[in-house]
Design a protein around this ligand. Structure first.
Ligand code: HPA
Length: 292
């Protein structure tokens, strides 16, 4: 006998609040990482909701991670853009870090564009470049699905069709778009040069402290995932210069225009393709394990 998935009450109550507050039901969710929040200013007929107003929603304390959800229309698609996220390195649990993904799934969102600032290990790329994620290596020592026997297949976590669309749109815009593997570290300190050499040997192209818990949760809930990262610095030890959060913020400002153009271009293609359903059919049921 099969049982229906249990209800994630906190995520459901946040989603119910947003259903009453947003102008339309979003189909696309966007998590805007460090310095990439300006995209939400381009949303038409926007309704901005501070995270603090949304029931149970976690609020970040990190500079550059404004906590606002903006709903509205972007390139003809109903979107919910989340400027700001919380991280494991702030001391939040994977459950809290992935709460926004569970809310988006409960809202009926079909795909998420997860963005982040990254350090770069691959010398084919430079600060200001955009790298679309093909895969990840989870070295955070944490998994958002812990606590349930949820053996989700991650083979196509970073959706191949969406990656192809991103590559094609970037080529059309004359944007140099890399594809690469994201190494997820818990932080909050940057890596050592020896760690970067080890990550390179493991096959990583970029490194960051976010994205992976959210991507795993989104995929496990049946949402398609596109991971877009902005290279803000070469990784530790590659240039001899020390890393700083200020450098990360400045570099991502410079590349933000191109980043926004790429995201708009991808959304325009999706809107035009009139894909009847963007929904990725998950091999596993929408399996909520929290708040039972
Ligand atoms: N390492 C980890 N996370 C980062 C980096 C880095 O070099 N740059 C931006 N986020």
């Amino acid at each position: 006998m099969t049982h229906p998935p249990p209800v994630d009450y906190k995520a459901q109550s946040a989603a119910d609040f947003l259903k009453d507050t947003l102008p339309c039901q979003p189909r696309i969710g966007m998590i805007l990482g460090s310095g990439l929040g300006a995209l939400s200013a381009e949303i038409q007929a926007p309704v901005a909701v501070p995270y603090g107003d949304i029931p149970h929603f976690p609020v970040s304390s990190v500079p550059g991670h404004r906590g606002t959800l903006v709903g509205g229309d972007l390139c003809g698609l109903p979107v919910a853009a989340l400027s700001g996220r919380v991280h494991l390195y702030e001391g939040h649990t994977p459950e809290v870090v992935t709460f926004p993904m569970r809310v988006l799934a409960a809202l009926g969102v079909e795909m998420v564009i997860i963005t982040a600032a990254v350090g770069c290990l691959n010398t084919d790329h430079a600060p200001g470049d955009i790298v679309v994620l093909s895969d990840h290596i989870n070295l955070m020592g944490a998994n958002p699905l812990t606590g349930g026997a949820n053996f989700v297949d991650l083979t196509t976590l970073y959706n191949p069709e969406l990656r192809k669309t991103a590559v094609a749109v970037a080529a059309g815009q004359g944007i140099h778009l890399g594809e690469g593997v994201y190494a997820a570290m818990q932080g909050p300190c940057y890596e050592t040069p020896a760690e970067i050499r080890a990550l390179k040997a493991l096959g990583a192209d970029v490194v960051g402290m976010s994205t992976v818990p959210e991507a795993i949760m989104a995929h496990s809930l049946g949402m398609r995932v596109l991971g877009l990262t902005m290279v803000t610095n070469m990784a530790a030890g590659l240039t001899g210069a020390p890393l700083s959060h200020e450098e990360v913020m400045i570099a991502s400002d410079e590349g933000a225009q191109r980043f926004q153009a790429l995201v708009r271009g991808i959304l325009a293609v999706l809107a035009e393709s009139r894909t009847p359903c963007l929904l990725y059919t998950s091999p596993s049921p929408r399996d909520y394990k929290y708040d039972l």
